[in-house]
Design a protein around this ligand. Structure first.
Ligand SMILES: Nc1nc2c(ncn2[C@@H]2O[C@H](COP(=O)(O)OP(=O)(O)O)[C@@H](O)[C@H]2O)c(=O)[nH]1
Ligand SMILES: [Mg+2]
Length: 374
């Protein structure tokens, strides 16, 4: 039998490491999907679109992708969960609409998705006829999403559906050719700008546009897309430095999510009729793992990358974590099955941490991500 060797290509190695990570929480799932898209398709700006249901997020995605990739909804709430999509110019996060009827936790779950996605640019979409209606609730939700973003995230506001502004018979681009339409378009744009400034948002710009078109796969009908080009302008091309920083930040966030998951597991550990002492020992063990994860986290965010290998190798050498758990249970005389299950959990965590370690944002990986894709 030929022993499996890890792939030499740094991208393939990183993708294999990602496959070894658990994706059983929404945060881990989305963070892994984003990294996977960036590794597979090459470094490109990460753009998240947020806004009320019906603002036109999915329509804009299709308009930019130049094909029907996302379902749009005339009435119903169609985008039910966040989705990461790789386009030529960006990796895009399509989010479910804020304030969709009867879904009170939407803003929190959208913010959680945006946080896990780590956008370089956050597009806040607002329908042209809604810039002055219920906007304070929108701004509060936007603040929630923005608060979880990395410090370099840029905010761009987008006034969508400008074709719907009066007069209705001016319904083909360019929409600013008619004086009345032009006046309404400027009014909608400045109104949204004013609200955002009043809300204290550090805003890059406000762009009015129309993204409407009907798609059958990549066949387009009724195309009235207008003014999409300025959206691409605030997006800078990735560099060695920006990709390194973004990778570091993404790995630190993955680590963070694993810590949260481990803490959660420690809380739900159940032994058949556990004594207080058994429970305390198992929780202590989880805490040790969490402390190691914390060390890993510090290595990702700081300049301690050199000590990373030693830290992780010491704790998570093959079988070490499992042995540790087993010896605790042996001493306690705990039942074999429960001990096995607990050991398996801790081993899985150890594997995840080892996988993270091999995901180090070294120069070879960054160079590979910046290389042009075929
Ligand atoms: N007239 C017009 N309709 C649009 C535009 N953008 C989106 N829509 C329509 O608005 C509805 C909701 O769009 P969708 O992209 O699903 O909104 P989302 O909930 O923000 O993703 C659909 O019926 C779209 O066809 C636009 O620029 N002009
Ligand atoms: Mg949608």
């Amino acid at each position: 039998m030929v022993a499996m060797r890890p792939p030499d290509d740094p991208r393939a190695r990183a993708l294999a490491a990602l496959d070894a990570l658990p994706t059983d929480t929404p945060t881990l799932d989305l963070a892994c999907a984003t990294l996977r898209a960036l590794l597979t398709h090459g470094a490109r700006p990460a753009v998240a679109a947020v806004g009320r249901r019906g603002a036109g997020k999915s329509t804009l995605l299709n308009a930019l992708a130049n094909r029907g990739v996302a379902e749009v909804g005339a009435v119903a709430d169609t985008t039910l969960r966040p989705a990461v999509r790789a386009l030529d110019a960006m990796v895009w996060l399509d989010t479910p609409g804020l304030r969709a009827g009867g879904r009170t936790r939407r803003a929190a779950s959208v913010a959680e998705a945006v946080r896990a996605f780590q956008p370089d640019v956050l597009w806040f979409l607002c329908g042209a006829s809604e810039v002055d209606a219920g906007i304070d609730d929108d701004l509060r939700d936007l603040r929630t999403s923005l608060d979880g973003c990395p410090p370099w995230t840029r905010l761009v506001a987008v006034v969508t559906r400008v074709d719907e502004l009066a007069p209705p018979d001016v319904n083909t681009p360019p929409f600013d050719a008619d004086p009345e339409k032009r006046a309404n378009l400027i009014a909608a744009t400045t109104t949204l700008h004013r609200h955002l400034l009043r809300g204290g948002f550090a805003l890059e710009r406000v762009i009015p546009l129309c993204a409407d078109a009907r798609w059958e796969g990549d066949r387009c009908r009724d195309d009235v897309r207008w003014n999409l080009a300025p959206l691409a302008r605030p997006i800078v091309a990735p560099t060695q430095r920006s990709v390194t920083a973004s990778l570091q930040s993404r790995l630190a966030a993955l680590c963070d999510a694993l810590v949260a998951r481990a803490v959660d597991e420690a809380r739900t550990v159940s032994l058949r009729a556990p004594s207080d002492r058994q429970r305390a020992l198992l929780e202590g063990l989880h805490r040790t793992l969490v402390a190691r994860l914390d060390a890993l986290l510090a290595a990702f965010v700081g300049d301690g990358a050199a000590t990373l290998g030693a830290t992780v190798g010491d704790t998570f050498g093959p079988g070490r974590a499992g042995e540790l758990v087993r010896s605790v249970f042996d001493r306690l005389g705990a039942r074999e099955m429960a001990a096995d299950a607990a050991a398996a959990r801790v081993r899985a965590l150890g594997r995840a941490v080892r996988a993270l370690e091999s995901l180090r944002p070294d120069e070879a990986l960054v160079r590979a991500m910046l290389a042009p894709r075929r």
